[in-house]
Design a protein around this ligand. Structure first.
Ligand SMILES: Cc1cc2nc3c(=O)[nH]c(=O)nc-3n(C[C@H](O)[C@H](O)[C@H](O)COP(=O)(O)O)c2cc1C
Length: 145
């Protein structure tokens, strides 16, 4: 049975909805899921699970959220050694750098030696039914990676 960590950053709950959806879906599929806010998570915790999922908003002009900065920096010191990961997140297409924090985390996890189990998923503001379909495919790809 796969163990999965979902670490998320969210101010107005769009990314919390994504994390909650993924948590429910993985649980339905028989995985053991642990969900926490990035601000309360040590990056080293990622080493304890079979699959790591990061869910984040993007802030300022395409930046990592303040509450995710420490966690992001800690990822650089990890040796993920082929561990499967995926990154998703809600941003806003009203901004020039739509969902860029998602790409930053994806790159950091890859550079730390993670195995990308799915393409990233970016959501425009609140997730709708189409987004949930994309998130389901994202979750399935991670389980199969
Ligand atoms: C001041 C500010 C700056 C933002 N900058 C960006 C940005 O550069 N790129 C982006 O995709 N979204 C940007 N956003 C939009 C948020 O990432 C988006 O609303 C997201 O859904 C918030 O997620 P949350 O509800 O989980 O907090 C910005 C929002 C605010 C309030």
């Amino acid at each position: 049975m796969a163990t999965i960590k979902i670490a998320y950053a969210s101010m107005t709950d769009n990314n919390k909805s994504i994390a909650d959806y993924l948590s429910e879906y993985f649980t339905q599929k028989g995985a053991i899921v642990d969900v926490s806010e990035i601000a309360d998570t040590d990056a080293e915790d990622l080493l304890d699970y079979d699959i790591d999922v990061i869910v984040t908003y993007t802030y300022y002009e395409g930046e990592i959220p303040d509450d995710a900065e420490d966690f992001f920096d800690e990822i650089k010191d990890l040796e993920l050694d082929g561990k499967v990961y995926g990154v998703a997140g809600s941003g806003s297409t009203d901004h020039e750098h739509f969902g860029r924090a998602v790409d930053y985390f994806d790159k950091a996890m890859q550079e730390a030696g993670g195995k990308k189990g799915s393409d990233v998923v970016k959501v425009d503001e609140e997730p709708d039914d189409t987004d949930f379909e994309h998130l389901k495919a994202f979750a399935d790809a991670l389980l199969e990676a």
